[in-house]
Structures are given as C-alpha cells and as structure tokens.
Design a protein around this ligand. Structure first.
Ligand SMILES: [Fe+2]
Length: 191
C-alpha cells in the first residue's frame, strides 16, 4: 500500500542500487492509483510538486494538464516514470549530426512504468482531456544536474539550455488553454 513517507524513505535507501530497484518501488506505488490520490491529494492544478530533493535523488509528482505536450529535453541522470492516472505518451529522441530525431515511443497507462537511461531525451504528451498524473524518480538532483541540461524547440527542434521556469510555464499555459476550451464548452473533463 502506497504511503508517501515510506515511499520516500524506500527511495532514499534504494537509489544507490540503480534504476531497476527504483523501478520496483515505483511500480508498486502506482499499482493502486486511488491510494496515491489518498496520499498526495486529488490534483487541482497542473504542475510539478517536489516530494523529495537531494543531490542523488529527486521525487516529483507530475500533474500534466489536459492535452499538454512538453518539449524534448534531457536529464543527465536516470529516471523512472510511473503513471497513476490517465496516460503519458513519451517520444524518445536521439542526437544526430544535425540535431535530434525521434526514434521510438512508449504510451503509458495508469499502473505502467518506464525507465529512462542517463542520456535519454524525451518529450511528453498527455493526449487525453483530463489531467494525467505520474510519479517521476530521478537518480540525481533534477533541479541542479551535474551537467547543463538541454531542451529543444517543439517546432524547429533547435537546442537551447534547459529552462525550468519555461517548462513550468508550459504547464500553466496548457492548463489555461484547456480551461478556455472548457469554458467555451468545446471539451468535457474529469478530475
Ligand atoms: Fe523528463
């Protein structure tokens, strides 16, 4: 049964074993989404909520706005993604001589997890008309990575330094856009 404090403690004691061991913890955590809601609360706003941050470990509760897309970016640390409500579609990218190219994808439903390698580049889409919720665990300090991180423009795929404020703004922008659609009566939503 998911318990916020126990989950954090388990991640602290396990992170040194790597992404496989963290993956087992995350899989267990997201196996019962209703239990995660009971511990972390029902989402009211899109955004990221840091549950724990240390030099070797970051745990974040992601609430994706409906119909939201986050630009390609890297992490420079392993990560494990576990979905506990909705859907999270990941596109995986790799560097080429000219920039980046998409080479794979993984669509995650509630209860699913995926592991991203240290050098992974991904973009994320919430394709449904309600919020999707995920626990992301990183094997480092997400907000102060050991090497400078990058993000890529959604349209041109031009590389730029990672800007966490811009990433946060994309959650707020997507939420505002969706709320405008909802106010106009063009969509229905849950949560
Ligand atoms: Fe990411």
């Amino acid at each position: 049964m998911f318990d916020r404090d126990h989950f954090i403690e388990d991640c602290i004691t396990t992170v040194g074993e790597g992404e496989g061991a963290i993956g087992e913890l995350v899989a267990a955590a997201v196996s019962d989404g209703s239990r995660v809601f009971a511990e972390l609360g029902e989402p009211t706003r899109a955004g990221i909520q840091t549950l724990y941050r240390a030099p070797n470990l970051t745990i974040i509760n992601f609430v994706w706005a409906p119909c939201m897309s986050l630009m390609p970016h890297d992490h420079h640390m392993f990560s494990v993604v576990g979905i506990y409500a909705g859907r999270e579609d990941n596109i995986f990218w790799r560097r080429t001589a000219a920039g980046i190219e998409a080479y794979g994808a993984k669509s995650l439903s509630a209860g699913d997890i995926t592991t991203l390698a240290r050098d992974a580049i991904h973009s994320v889409l919430n394709p449904i008309a309600r919020m999707s919720c995920a626990i992301h665990v990183y094997g480092g300090d997400f907000f102060a990575p050991p090497e400078p991180r990058s993000m890529w423009d959604q349209e041109t795929l031009a590389e730029a330094p990672w800007d966490v404020e811009r990433a946060k703004a994309s959650f707020a922008d997507a939420e505002a856009r969706f709320n405008a659609w909802r106010a106009a009566g063009t969509v229905a939503t849950g949560h």
